[in-house]
Design a protein around this ligand. Structure first.
Ligand code: HEM
Length: 504
């Protein structure tokens, strides 16, 4: 994406901004888009002519079909490609880019083994018009800070805030009703993730948060194939993205600036950045980039976790009993009719280590949800020399695509793979790739798991949950994920989470 429209957009938004800021805004927008790709997994592009004799079979389809199917129906496209070619690897052209789709144990091992397969190179090429904006050094520095924010001391300190954020959102629901699973759970996890990675001045303001969430949504949902391949064409999606990035940038920057210019110190991530003498630009980027990396995925897995538990009274009851057991271990009693403050206070007394190690059923539920509701496709570029994989050669410069579902829905690993059954994970040692592979394991795992546990405990202690269909009838089976929806993995059919206050 180019940045020549940035000044126009900013002027039209009547925002007062000087030339230097314009330049940094352009650089930041560029950086965010590339960062967002690295973690939210936009679609990849590589321009390298494919020349090798031991080629994986070519999938026969038109260029337009390849672009459309790969971007819009990736799960079906990959599954059908393997079926059609009868091979564990096949290749196709994505306009001028060569992509090798891989599957099976050979495909999975390749991603683990081959150090030349680079995630970042991939997204640099995706955003071909802005290749110089990505700063490896800065991203590594962000990751170090992210790990630091997830240290035991900091996460322990954050627990009461996280619980309160969660209850604050739940309070707006009333004592019974229906929830849209696609928005209600993400609304909560977004605030919680922001609490740890951002400024308390922002996270305390629910109205501002909901505007920010809207802009983040635009950034990670409005990619269109045309804008990836023809970045110089400004379609509506590109303009929306630019508008959202501009708003995010200006908003976060104003909070950073205010704090630096004598605003009240708060015990948050922003203060830690200021205390470590980071520049205004670095802090602004950090505060936008990290939520982009983690909020959506936490919301997606979180919503499926709650949907599966709402569909399965047995597991919901196991988990509820486990949480109640934790409370009694620490001699914490809940009043009969617990309100927001009672619940926050009670659950806050459970130490981080107990949340992390004493909820085995909830751990299984989270792992099983990540297995079944994460339609992520890992995309890499081979930045090293050609290498062999099985009978094929993966040429230097080619893209590699591997769908996680190839492992997680594989009947040879998991019997009846689309059934949500946390107990299956007790049975044998089975491959788990939910947090990624090799060098690119998720860097926000500890925060994501804690967020999902606090959310689940808060909901199960407060409500009875069930799933209802479009006609508001109780669903006999859990909803089915749309695996072609790589980003938000919405249910195939319309459904709602029905909640009823447990004491009403
Ligand atoms: C349930 C929630 C989450 C899931 C399922 C998840 C999953 C993943 C996966 C599968 C990858 C690797 C992608 C690949 O190899 O192509 C990844 C990378 C990453 N995740 Fe998460 N993630 C979650 C939450 C978070 C959170 C809360 C953060 C905090 C900011 C975060 C930060 C990152 C970062 C920075 C990377 C890039 C790692 C790298 O480039 O080496 N994630 N995540």
């Amino acid at each position: 994406m180019g940045f020549d429209l940035i000044p126009v957009l900013i002027a039209s938004a009547c925002v007062s901004i000087n030339i230097r800021e314009l330049a940094t805004l352009a650089a930041t927008t560029l950086f965010l888009l590339t960062f967002s790709y690295s973690t939210s997994l936009w679609n990849g592009k590589v321009s390298h002519p494919y020349v090798d004799e031991k080629q994986a079979p070519e999938l026969k389809l038109s260029k337009a079909q390849a672009v459309k199917s790969f971007h819009r129906k990736r799960f079906d496209f990959l599954r059908d490609g393997f079926k059609q070619t009868g091979s564990w690897a096949f290749q196709f052209e994505l306009l001028k880019n060569r992509v090798v789709a891989v599957s099976g144990e050979e495909g999975r091992q390749m991603l683990l083994r081959e150090s030349g397969l680079d995630l970042y190179e991939g997204f640099q090429i995706v955003l071909e018009s802005i290749p110089k904006g990505y700063d490896h050094h800065q991203v590594n520095s962000f990751y170090k800070r992210l790990l630091y924010l997830q240290k035991t001391d900091n996460l322990s300190f954050m627990i009461p805030y996280l619980l309160s954020d969660c209850q604050r959102k739940i309070d707006t629901w009333g004592s019974q009703g229906l929830l849209d699973p696609n928005s209600a759970i993400y609304d909560i996890t977004f605030v919680m993730v922001m609490r740890v990675l951002n400024s308390f001045d922002i996270t305390d303001d629910l109205a501002l948060l909901s505007r920010l969430q809207g802009w983040f949504d635009v950034l990670d949902t409005s990619t269109e194939p045309a804008s990836v391949y023809f970045p110089w064409i400004y379609g509506p999606a590109s303009i929306r993205r630019l508008w959202a990035a501009t708003n995010l940038y200006l908003t976060f920057k104003s909070f950073v600036r205010k704090r630096m210019n004598g605003g009240t110190a708060r015990p948050d991530a922003l203060q830690k950045l200021i205390d470590s003498n980071q520049t205004e630009e670095y802090m602004t980027r950090f505060m936008i980039a990290l939520p982009l990396a983690g909020a959506r995925s936490t919301g997606t897995i979180g919503k499926w976790l709650i949907m599966f538990l709402s569909s399965d009274p047995t597991w919901a009851s196991f988990v509820r009993q486990e949480v109640e057991g934790l409370l009694s271990t620490y001699n914490i009693t809940l009043p009969d009719n617990p309100c927001h403050e009672d619940l926050t206070h009670a659950l806050s007394q459970v130490p981080l280590t107990a949340w992390e190690t004493k909820l085995p059923s909830l751990d299984l539920c989270i792992r099983e949800t990540m297995r079944i509701a994460q339609p992520h496709t890992a995309l890499r570029k081979n930045t090293g020399p050609d290498f062999s994989a099985g009978e094929f050669t993966i040429p230097s410069g080619a893209f590699v695509a591997y769908s996680f579902l190839d492992t997680t829905l594989n009947p040879s690993h998991y019997a009846d793979p689309t059934r949500w059954d946390p107990s299956r994970l007790l049975q044998k040692d089975i491959p788990s790739i939910g947090w990624g592979m090799g060098n690119h394991l998720c860097k926000g795992q500890r925060l994501a798991i804690l967020t999902m546990k606090l959310l689940t405990a808060s909901l199960l202690l407060r409500f009875d949950l069930s799933m209802v269909d479009e006609k508001l009838e109780k669903m006999e089976a859990p909803p089915v994920p749309n695996y072609n929806d790589q980003l938000t993995c919405q249910p195939m059919d319309k459904c709602s989470i029905k909640f009823t206050d447990r004491v009403s």
